[in-house]
Design a protein. Structure first.
Length: 134
């Protein structure tokens, strides 16, 4: 069995080499076709850049951060109201404190996530918008 595998290795390698040489000119043409298709699929009012101050990722992140801020303020208000109307009941006081605590922890986690996303987006924008740096 091992002899059969050893006998086919040179022929497999040579076939792979010939195939790679034969398809090398097609790779550049395929890349241009894909880019042309992506450009054609983009709408007329849609921004061309994904990163930067007007990029799609930045806009989505800003909208989600605004929604998060609004929800966290609402949850802190709800926790405060629950604390006020608890009437001295220890379980209700604990639940109200937990509501406020979780809202604050959620804001902190979201702000840290925003900072990380900001760092990554700025890194991509500085490197030219994507691709690999090999």
């Amino acid at each position: 069995m091992l002899k059969i595998v050893k006998a086919f290795i040179p022929s497999i390698l040579s076939a792979a080499f010939v195939l790679s040489i034969a398809t090398a000119p097609l790779v550049g043409a395929f890349d241009a076709t894909v880019q042309d298709g992506a450009d054609a699929a983009r709408g007329s009012q849609q921004t061309a850049d994904l990163f930067g101050s007007t990029g799609i990722f930045r806009t989505i992140t800003n909208v989600l951060l605004f929604v998060l801020g609004a929800v966290s303020v609402i949850m802190i208000i709800i926790g405060g109201l629950r604390y006020v109307i608890s009437g001295g009941n220890s379980t209700a006081v604990t639940a109200a404190k937990n509501t406020i605590l979780y809202a604050i922890v959620g804001v902190i986690v979201a702000l840290l996530a925003y900072a990380i996303i900001n760092f990554v987006l700025n890194s991509f924008a500085a490197s030219g918008g994507g691709g690999t740096n090999v």
